[in-house]
Write a protein that binds this ligand. Structure first.
Ligand code: AMP
Length: 266
């Protein structure tokens, strides 16, 4: 990858329902291949063929680029999604989210947080104390964007994840996304489970916990998923936070520890 970087963003939908999305950074020599891979991914998604596919390629201003280290990752094994959600609740409370705010996020995520009961394109923004939903548009939400791994960090991450049987695009991309989210000012924690019906794992991430992967956060076959970003108010300037998440390019050049899996204990 050269110093010249481009952001590539993909978003696919059918009938107004979000199907898939991706956020990557690449040098000019990688644009064509990456764009083709993202288009293929959108067309072959297990949720079906999209009727709308957006691909955006934007040059990144070199002076705006931030670099960072990925959070440490560990896995907690849970027996089913109910235990997974109980574990997520406890971890979020440990991270500083109020029990009310956890409920205000988990309820909509389970029911479909977009207005029609489907999945949002981005994340809910939730006040970590009151649970109030703060995003301006509850179909779009807030999208963490313009982040990726340097080629060296990607190789090392893949090597370390492979030792734990976790080297797959779901884990890699979610870890990079959580890395950017945790670097955001005023961010307390993140909760995520996928909207891919076949992918039942999810995670809680927080600055003091790192990325805690939970093996089940939803039942198999469930299409409703999403993300909640919990923020500390009133200190947190929402406009600044959203501008950071959506606009500031961030390249992870260092990776964190990848821990072995352990059983969840209350
Ligand atoms: P995924 O992990 O790709 O299955 O995405 C699960 C959910 O997370 C989606 O339904 C969106 O609501 C949300 N999401 C996906 N990508 C982003 C992103 N870049 N920023 C914020 N939220 C996202």
């Amino acid at each position: 990858m050269t110093k010249e970087l481009y952001s590539i963003r993909m978003r696919a939908a059918r009938g107004g329902q979000h199907i898939s999305g991706a956020e990557r950074l690449t040098g000019p020599e990688g644009i064509e291949e990456l764009a083709a891979a993202l288009v293929r991914r959108a067309l072959e998604h297990e949720k079906g063929r999209p009727d709308t596919l957006h691909l955006a390629v934007d040059a990144v201003a070199p002076e705006a680029l931030r670099t960072g280290r990925l959070p440490d990752l560990r896995t907690l094994r849970v027996t089913d999604f109910r235990q997974g959600r109980a574990a997520a609740r406890q971890l979020l409370i440990e991270a500083g989210v109020s029990p009310e705010a956890v409920s205000c996020a988990m309820g909509p995520l389970a029911a479909g947080a977009a207005t029609g009961g489907g999945s949002m394109r981005g994340a809910m923004l939730v006040d970590a104390a009151s649970g109030e939903r703060l995003e301006a548009d509850s179909d779009r939400g807030v999208r963490a964007s313009r982040m990726d791994l340097s080629p060296e960090a990607e190789a090392e991450l893949r090597h370390r994840l492979a030792r734990q049987g976790l080297d797959n695009p779901h884990v890699r991309e979610a870890l990079v996304l959580a890395g950017k989210v945790l670097a955001a000012p005023g961010l307390v924690a993140e909760l995520c489970w996928s909207d891919d019906p076949g992918y039942v794992a999810g995670y809680v991430a927080a600055p003091q916990l790192g990325y805690v992967r939970l093996t089940r956060l939803k039942p198999a076959g469930e299409e409703r998923g999403g993300r909640a970003f919990f923020v500390r108010r009133p200190e947190c300037d929402l406009q600044q936070l959203i501008a950071f998440l959506e606009e500031v390019p961030m390249l992870f050049t260092e990776i964190g520890q990848i821990g072995a899996a352990a059983d969840w204990r209350e």
